[in-house]
Design a protein. Structure first.
Length: 355
C-alpha cells in the first residue's frame, strides 16, 4: 500500500503545481489496535489530508458518530496533524436543507477546534442566508486557520451542577490552544434537552483558576465578560454549540484584589451575564472594533504585559500578511502595491486585542 501512495505523491510533486493530495487509506483501517499501529508519520509526510472514518451525511447521528470516533482516537491522530498534513473528519454538511442551524454551528465549532479542512458539501446555489452566515463567520474561521495548525482535543463531558455524585451532562468540551496564547473552547450539547453546566479553568482550559480572561462569543460576535476567573456557566440547546475564545486579560485586577473566583453566567443567545465577583464589564471602546490605545491603558496595566501582547499580535499579523504580499508582488497586483504604500504612510495603531 505504501508504494502506491508514495508513487502518487512523488508524481504530483514532480508536476511543480500546487495540488492537494487527499488520501483515504486510514478510513479503511479497522479496529483500535490497527489504528494505533498505523504509520501516521509516513502518511503525514506524503499526503496533505486523509479521511479517517465513514462518509458523513446530513444527519445528527452521522456527526455524532464522527465526534465519538475522534474522542476514541485523538491521542494518536494529534501526533500526525500539522501544517499541510491534516486529519480530515469529512466535508461540512452546513448548507444542506436537512441540516438545522444548531447542528451547523456544532459542526463548524468542532471542525474549527480540530483544525480540520473546511470543505463545503452542498449546492451553493441553493444556500440560505443563515447557512452563509455560519460558513462565513470570520471569527470561527480564524480559529480554524490559526497559524499553529495545532489540532485541538475533546476534554470531557461537563458534570451536572445538580448532581452531588458528579454525574455527567451531555455537554462535550473541545479545546484548542492558539498561536497568540488564546484558548478556543467549543461546548457541544450531544443530548436532546437544553442543559447548563460550568466550564472550569483548571479542568477544561488547563490553566490556573486565578487566570483572568476576556471571553468572546464567536457565534454571537460579542464580548461575554472581561476579567473572569475560575469558571463560566454556559447553557446550550440540544444539538447546538457555544463557541468561545478565551483571551488572557492583563487589564483585570490582580488576584489579590478579588475575593474568591469570578464566575460569570453565559446563555448563548440571550447574551446574559451575572454572578458574583466579576471583576469588570467590557468597556464600549474595547468592544467596538476591539482596538485599545496602549497609552490610555498603560496606567491601568503592567506595561511589560501590554508590550508582550502587542509584539505577539504584530508577529501574528506579519506572518499572516507575508504570504499575501509575496504573491501580490509576484503577480504584479497593483491594488496590493497601493495597499502596501497606504500602510507605510498611515501610522500604525497599537493593538492589544483584535478579533
Amino acid at each position: 500500500m505504501r508504494d502506491y501512495y508514495s508513487k502518487w505523491s512523488s508524481a504530483l510533486v514532480e508536476t511543480g503545481r500546487d495540488i492537494v493530495f487527499s488520501c483515504s487509506w486510514p478510513a479503511y483501517v479497522g479496529g483500535d489496535k490497527a489504528l494505533r499501529e498505523f504509520p501516521w508519520g509516513y502518511i503525514s509526510r506524503i499526503c496533505n489530508l486523509w479521511r479517517l472514518y465513514d462518509d458523513i451525511n446530513p444527519s445528527w447521528g452521522s456527526l455524532l458518530d464522527i465526534m465519538k470516533h475522534w474522542r476514541n482516537t485523538q491521542d494518536y491522530l494529534i501526533t500526525a496533524h500539522g501544517p499541510s498534513a491534516l486529519n480530515d473528519p469529512d466535508m461540512l454538511e452546513v448548507g444542506n436543507p436537512e441540516v438545522p442551524a444548531t447542528q451547523a454551528r456544532a459542526q463548524m465549532s468542532v471542525w474549527s477546534v480540530l483544525a480540520a479542512p473546511l470543505l463545503m458539501g452542498h449546492d451553493v446555489r441553493k444556500m440560505d442566508a443563515q447557512s452563509l452566515a455560519i460558513l462565513s463567520n470570520d471569527e470561527v474561521i480564524a480559529v480554524n486557520q490559526d497559524l499553529l495548525v495545532r489540532q485541538g482535543k475533546f476534554v470531557r463531558f461537563l458534570p451536572s451542577p445538580s448532581s452531588s455524585a458528579g454525574e455527567a451532562t451531555t455537554l462535550a468540551v473541545w479545546r484548542r490552544e492558539l498561536f497568540n496564547g488564546d484558548v478556543a473552547v467549543a461546548v457541544v450539547n450531544e443530548g436532546e434537552e437544553k442543559q447548563s453546566a460550568e466550564i472550569s479553568w483548571s479542568e477544561d482550559l488547563s490553566v490556573d483558576p486565578k487566570t483572568p480572561f476576556r471571553i468572546r462569543d464567536l457565534w454571537g460576535h460579542l464580548w461575554v465578560t472581561a476579567g473572569a476567573r475560575g469558571g463560566l456557566k454556559v447553557s446550550v440547546d440540544p444539538h447546538d454549540a457555544v463557541f468561545l475564545r478565551f483571551v488572557p486579560d492583563p487589564l483585570a485586577p490582580s488576584a489579590s484584589s478579588v475575593r474568591g473566583h469570578s464566575r460569570g453566567v453565559f446563555s448563548s443567545w440571550a447574551s446574559e451575564l451575572s454572578g458574583e465577583g466579576v471583576s469588570r464589564t467590557v468597556l464600549p471602546s474595547e468592544e467596538i472594533g476591539s482596538r485599545v490605545d496602549l497609552a490610555a491603558l498603560a496606567a491601568r496595566s503592567d506595561p511589560a504585559e501590554i508590550r508582550w501582547r502587542e509584539e505577539g499580535r504584530a508577529r501574528w499579523q506579519a506572518a499572516a500578511k507575508s504570504g499575501e504580499r509575496k504573491e501580490e508582488r509576484e503577480t504584479g497586483d497593483e491594488e496590493g502595491t497601493k495597499r502596501e504604500e497606504r500602510e507605510r504612510k498611515e501610522p500604525s495603531v497599537p493593538v492589544v486585542l483584535e478579533m
